[in-house]
Design a protein around this ligand. Structure first.
Ligand SMILES: O=C(O)CCC(=O)C(=O)O
Ligand SMILES: [Fe+2]
Length: 210
């Protein structure tokens, strides 16, 4: 794999991608972190939540709400933010027991992407979130684009359903991550159409009261 750029193999046969960290220091990818059955169960739990389906890009927070517009952790609406459901607590505990997070996550965000939707390049808020960010992918695959603003290095990481992506060190603090707003991704044998993707991101808050 190229050190600074390139596209990893992407397609239905992608089962053994194991080292995007070879190119992005601090990035750890685990395919099949949860089974297909567990993915179905999680998606059902998420889909049975009584939240709005009217939002263009559906977002749900647990534990605390982070307001991307204001770049702050919302305090006024704390009571409107549900505590972790059991499945989120179990996953947060597992992340610690497997040594992937030092501290148990106390904030979870769920993002839903319909084909054509993405997320612009960013670093998760440095003042608000701790040193490890872990994202679990459900539903459709997609490519996540990592860019190092210091030297322009790029890497596209395929996120397959059931996979876990953990960002630490430079991957967390320096590199930007993004998902292009498009309906398909380039693959080795042509375009790979996207379906609905749901991600669950686990983070720790540095200042929960701010
Ligand atoms: O959808 C994802 O996997 C990533 C979401 C993300 O980067 C974020 O909410 O900060
Ligand atoms: Fe992010």
């Amino acid at each position: 794999m190229s050190e600074t750029s390139g596209q990893l193999p992407f397609g239905s046969d992608l089962t053994s991608l194991s080292e995007p960290s070879a190119s992005v220091p601090g990035l750890h990818y685990t395919a099949d972190w949860i089974s297909p059955e567990a993915q179905d169960t999680l998606l059902s739990s998420i889909d049975n939540q009584p939240w709005s389906t009217q939002l263009k890009r559906r977002v749900q927070h647990y534990g605390h709400r982070y307001d991307y517009g204001r770049r702050s952790v919302a305090t006024t609406s704390q009571t409107a933010v549900p505590p972790f459901p059991t499945w989120a607590r179990q996953a947060a505990t597992r992340l610690v027991s497997e040594g992937l997070m030092d501290q148990e996550a106390d904030q979870v965000i769920i993002n839903e992407y319909q084909p054509g939707q993405g997320i612009s390049a960013h670093v998760d808020s440095l003042p608000h979130f701790g040193p490890v960010v872990a994202a679990l992918s459900l539903g459709s695959s997609c490519l996540m684009d990592f860019t190092n603003p210091e030297d322009g290095s790029k890497l596209a990481v395929p996120l397959t359903p059931g996979s876990l992506l953990v960002m630490t060190g430079p991957a967390r603090f320096t590199w930007r991550h993004a998902i292009a707003a498009r309906k398909s991704d380039p693959g080795p044998t042509g375009r790979v159409p996207r379906g609905r993707r749901v991600s669950i991101t686990f983070r720790t808050l540095i200042h929960p009261s701010r």
